[in-house]
Ligand binder design. Structure first.
Ligand SMILES: Nc1ncnc2c1ncn2[C@@H]1O[C@H](COP(=O)(O)OP(=O)(O)OP(=O)(O)O)[C@@H](O)[C@H]1O
Length: 277
């Protein structure tokens, strides 16, 4: 299986010529091409920094970063064809007045023929469920729709990996779910996904989790393993845990009952709780 992302012994500091106090110190990370990975961690733990390095927005002081076997420092143009980044705030990303022009922008940069461009705009709008808004002005969209437009624009070149930095942080629960449904669809079509998020329940849809703490990777494993780690280990409780995890943690600690498989099913979590109250 190909590696979508590989970090080898990567060190990075925001302070120039600082070779002693790296913020990211010796990061080794390997992400498979079929991964749907959640990147978690407290504020300031280094999640966005890792993403910026992945896209060459910041340069590593030491080590090597490869996207599908291509070095980010040598093959940036080729990498941007197969790797797309979606920012937290859609307004940082949207460049045109209308939806179709915004989606066309990247394709124009890569000189895609006009006929193909029109076809691709239809396809990506269908994926994000905005087909009926093709001719609309961007300013008429809701926050959730704008975020889905950014996802559509990031899909035009059919990327092999899509990276999203807190795409749901500005959205209400309903719009968050819509974005998640779109991401599930994109993953099922064969695109690797990395999503930075503070919403722990979003790991339900992921197959892998990376947890960052103060510039280091302190956990990498399957989402099932991470669920069990959250329930069993005190160390993660500095996070803002959702109520289902808090209840599961208390049940495990006080009654030695482990609710891991049903953790995302509130009814089942409550049923387990009722037995002990
Ligand atoms: N351009 C910059 N110059 C200097 N320091 C920076 C810069 N960008 C980020 N930092 C610092 O690097 C550290 C990690 O920041 P980063 O944005 O990667 O964290 P994060 O985990 O994404 O946080 P959040 O969840 O709040 O978005 C923080 O201490 C931050 O202040």
């Amino acid at each position: 299986m190909s590696k979508a992302v590989e970090f080898k012994n990567v060190c990075f500091s925001y302070i120039q010529n600082d070779d002693e106090n790296y913020f990211l110190n010796n990061i080794n990370l390997s992400i498979d091409e079929n991964s749907y990975l959640a990147l978690l961690g407290k504020n300031g733990s280094g999640k966005s920094t890792l993403i910026k390095l992945m896209f060459g927005i910041e340069k590593a002081n030491k080590g090597e970063i490869k996207i599908f076997d291509m070095n980010i420092n040598e093959k940036a143009y080729e990498i941007y064809k197969i790797a797309s980044l979606v920012f937290q705030n859609p307004d940082d990303q949207i460049v045109a007045d209308t939806i179709e022009l915004d989606i066309a922008f990247t394709m124009e940069n890569y000189s895609i023929p006009s006929k193909e461009m029109h076809k691709r705009i239809d396809e990506v709008l269908e994926i994000v469920e905005l087909s009926n808004k093709r001719k609309d002005k961007v300013h008429s969209l809701s926050g959730g729709e704008k975020q889905r437009l950014c996802i559509a624009s990031s899909l035009v070149l059919n990327p092999k990996i899509l990276v999203l930095d807190e795409p749901t942080s500005m959205l209400d629960a309903e719009n968050r779910m819509k974005v998640i449904e779109v991401l599930k669809k994109i993953h099922s079509m064969g695109t690797a996904i990395i999503i930075v998020t503070h919403h722990i329940n979003e790991i339900e849809h992921c197959n892998e989790v990376v947890f960052m703490d103060n510039g280091s990777i302190s956990f990498k494993g399957s989402s099932d393993e991470f669920v069990r780690a959250l329930i069993k280990n005190d160390e993660f409780h500095k996070l803002n845990m959702p109520i289902n995890f808090k209840l599961a943690y208390e049940l495990y600690k006080n009654k030695n009952v482990l609710i891991d498989k049903d953790i995302f099913n509130y009814k089942k979590v409550c049923e387990s709780l009722w037995k002990y109250v």
